[in-house]
Design a protein. Structure first.
Lengths: 137, 137
DNA sequence: TTATTAGTATGTACTCATTACAATAATATA
DNA sequence: TATATTATTGTAATGAGTACATACTAATAA
């Protein structure tokens, strides 16, 4: 199964009609480690879909997050970043260059107290600091 | 030592001159569990300081975060929330009512992989889901 | 006391991410 | 095909956050 087919079947599995915009956006999110913003998604896909509007990108990423096909995260800027890797992992944002990195984390080991009566649906671990590249400068 | 004095000495310990606005904002943050936004801080303190501007609130909370006297967190809306509790603890945001709760978490147990060459200065654990009050409705 | 200076607060205007909405286009169903 | 439903587009509006110039306050020196 190639990339496009896999995006289509993912969308179908969530009862989302696979339009060109949706396929391309999901496919793009699945094959980047950049945690792109709406702006970045729009800019990257515009050559392939010249009529793509930002409104569509906003609507589509919202749809993907709601369907559990993507994850929404906020960095220290007030701008939404999207990630199609929905497995358990942490995010690290460099406060100097703003880049967001993934890292492995064992959330199962985390002991929490006071959440007994809460229905937790999403667990995020978000670290901040300086990345190796910025540290070496 | 009363509340005002404790806010003043906290500010002094960070070499921040304790003006009325700074004292009141830090004091307010220290005695709420609401994780207020700039809007909420401004509205709450306006009766006490009728001339307080939002620009001052923005500047002051930025100062407090930079000095390590407060913590900045983003919920699922693109709006900054502030918390003067700088001890290790997690945050839970209810996706229905938007309220943010604190919970105890043992971050020392968290095993991470891939951050060996990163300088981590801040660790956040952010959960989402439904709170007991919304669950019971 | 007055003058000077540095630090603090204010208000306005601006930027920019996000959303609302109405109009148009595309797709599915009969 | 015709019709209903859903998707996309563009524009206008909202609202958080910032920049900046002005006004204020407090401390120090003369």
């Amino acid at each position: 199964m190639n990339k496009v087919e896999s995006a289509i079947s993912l969308l179908r599995s969530k009862s989302i009609r696979p339009s060109i915009a949706r396929i391309k956006i999901l496919e793009y999110l699945s094959h980047t480690t950049e945690h792109p913003t709406v702006e970045m998604i729009h800019t990257s896909l515009l050559p392939a879909i010249p009529t793509l509007s930002k409104a569509t990108v906003y609507k589509t990423v919202g749809l993907l997050v709601e369907a559990g096909l993507a994850r929404l995260l906020y960095g220290e800027d007030c701008e939404a970043h999207y990630d199609a890797d929905i497995s358990d992992h942490g995010h690290f944002q460099c406060t100097r260059c703003g880049k967001i990195y993934d890292f492995a984390v064992n959330l199962a080991l985390l002991e929490t107290e006071g959440l007994e009566r809460f229905a937790v649906t999403e667990r995020n671990v978000f670290f901040r600091g300086a990345c190796p590249r910025c540290l070496s400068e």
